[in-house]
Design a protein around this ligand. Structure first.
Ligand code: 9MR
Length: 480
């Protein structure tokens, strides 16, 4: 395996040394009694903003066919900072005929998201379901080769645009066996999963590579333990895995259980990020949604939550009304519970900027919020900066939370309620998330114009440092 770039976990010292650093930092924290640094940002008013202020993301599944629905995109653009294609990146969508790839619908979603500062989770490179017909009828080494080629081609195509991939989806059996699900892919040999991860790693060394499954939420279930043992084995043998996705489709047959937090933290302790990837809950009880979010916020490596659709009418289980928005687009009680839990939750641990960053040959791009080893470094204390007067308003930039690979900034506008503020970051920095404004970028991607969108006079954004910790500059503020 080649040394992967795992965002802030990247280290020339190698994985074992990295673990030692993390443990040493944790021991230091324990010894000093220091808690994680509190978020310095104010409580957010949207799911994405509130999550970003805590160093995490809040995403949703998106269907390309709904992007022409204004009510849908209004909520999408306002609330979320991560997007998963609900069906458009699956094997049958991206390789409908062998060797002929089709990315149109997937690209619609990627472009919609990225042009608005949202990141993209890729779903999914290899799965027993939703295979194209030609693949369903294959077996043996021909199938293995076709699967690996698919992984390579698709991950290469979206290199730099997809921050995390569900490399393999749903490969474990339900029930008490704790073993693999039978499928044409499984019959190519038990090592098919790690082969897929290695192919994805080679194709996109910067994307986070996840294993994703359902009914893996209850810590006592055999399936959960089966996946856990595989991830432990992968980490022990250096198979390039970065994260585990918990679909978390909760319903009366597969209910939320209070040991969910144990599940998340146990996997995280293996040295992977954990993400809630397809959350929906039958009937959308506010208390259960709150518990799920609180569980994630309690686990520093739980770096994001994705709900599987926006409005109840968008859900694959519409009759269960399992989502955060009514079919008419209004917020449900579960929405308020989720927002409150995000705002009350702990920020992921912060860390001081690295003194040296290994060079990278990959073009800089947005990456998802990641957990970093905790340290006691204080937040930056540089005074706020204000641009030259003019334009009918004033915009003041303040430093906010800082992580090992990225930092948040907050801009306060005074003198106008409707405004546009131009902010520049220094290459190779990239803005990876924004909140409380509508951003557009110039062609370089380094100059962002943020317009007021009715969310008040304070907006924020996350900058991926990519080795450069220069503070972003406010170039102008114009009343409109
Ligand atoms: O929501 C998806 C639905 O539109 C598709 O018809 C279905 C086909 O299998 O897949 C749904 O999404 C699934 C996801 O890709 C994997 N985990 C289970 C999801 C719900 O079935």
């Amino acid at each position: 395996m080649t040394e992967r770039c795992h965002g802030d976990t990247r280290s020339p010292a190698g994985p074992r040394a990295r673990t030692a650093i993390v443990l040493a930092a944790a021991a230091l924290l324990a010894a000093t009694g220091a808690a994680f640094l509190p978020s310095t940002a104010s409580a957010g008013t949207t799911l994405g903003a509130s999550a970003a202020e805590k160093g995490r993301y809040f995403g949703t599944a998106v269907a390309a066919s709904r992007l022409s629905d204004n009510a849908y995109t209004t909520i999408l653009n306002r609330e979320f900072n991560m997007v998963t294609a609900e069906n458009e990146m699956k094997m049958n969508a991206t390789e409908p005929q062998q060797g002929r790839f089709s990315y149109g619908a997937a690209e619609q979603i990627v472009n919609h998201a990225r042009s608005r500062g949202m990141s993209v989770r890729g779903h999914t490179l290899a799965w027993h379901s939703q295979q194209p017909g030609w693949m369903e009828s294959m077996s043996g080494s021909a199938l293995r080769q076709a699967m690996l080629n698919h992984v390579t081609q698709v991950a290469t195509h979206f290199r730099g645009q997809v921050v995390a991939w569900d490399v393999v989806n749903e490969a474990f059996a339900d029930g008490s066996s704790g073993g693999r699900r039978d499928s044409n892919l499984q019959r190519t040999g038990n090592d098919w999963i790690e082969a897929a991860f290695r192919a994805a790693d080679a194709a996109d060394p910067n994307a986070k590579l996840c294993y994703n499954d359902y009914n893996t939420d209850n810590w006592t279930h055999a399936k959960t333990q089966g996946v856990y043992n595989m991830v432990r084995d992968f980490k022990a043998r250096g198979v390039p895995i970065d994260c585990v996705g918990f679909q978390s489709h909760f319903n009366n047959n597969s209910p939320y259980v209070s040991n969910y937090r144990t599940t998340l933290s146990s996997f995280a302790a293996l040295g992977v990020d954990v993400q809630i990837t397809e959350l929906d809950i039958q009937g959308a009880p506010a208390n259960t949604y709150r518990s799920v979010v609180e569980d994630c916020m309690a686990v520093p490596r739980c770096n994001g939550i994705t709900v599987w659709g926006i409005r109840d009418s968008d859900s694959w289980l519409a009759s269960q009304t399992p989502l955060l928005f009514n079919s008419n687009g209004s917020k449900k009680p579960a929405y308020d519970a989720v927002l409150a839990a995000l705002n009350n939750g702990a920020a992921v641990p912060t860390t001081a900027p690295p003194t040296s960053v290994p060079p990278t040959s990959v073009p800089p791009t947005s990456t998802p919020p990641t957990s970093a080893p905790p340290t006691t470094a204080p937040p930056t204390t540089a005074p706020p900066t204000t641009p030259p007067p003019g334009g009918g308003c004033t915009a003041t930039l303040q430093d906010s939370t800082r992580w090992g690979d990225r930092f948040n900034s907050q801009v306060t506008v005074s003198g106008a309620s409707s405004w546009s503020v131009v902010v520049a970051v220094t290459p190779p920095q990239k803005v990876s998330a924004t909140w409380n404004g509508s951003p557009t970028w110039d062609s370089s991607g380094n100059v962002m114009t943020m317009r007021s969108n009715g969310s008040g006079n304070v907006f924020g954004f996350t900058t991926m440092a990519n080795g450069n910790w220069t503070r972003p500059q406010v170039l102008s503020c114009t009343a409109s």
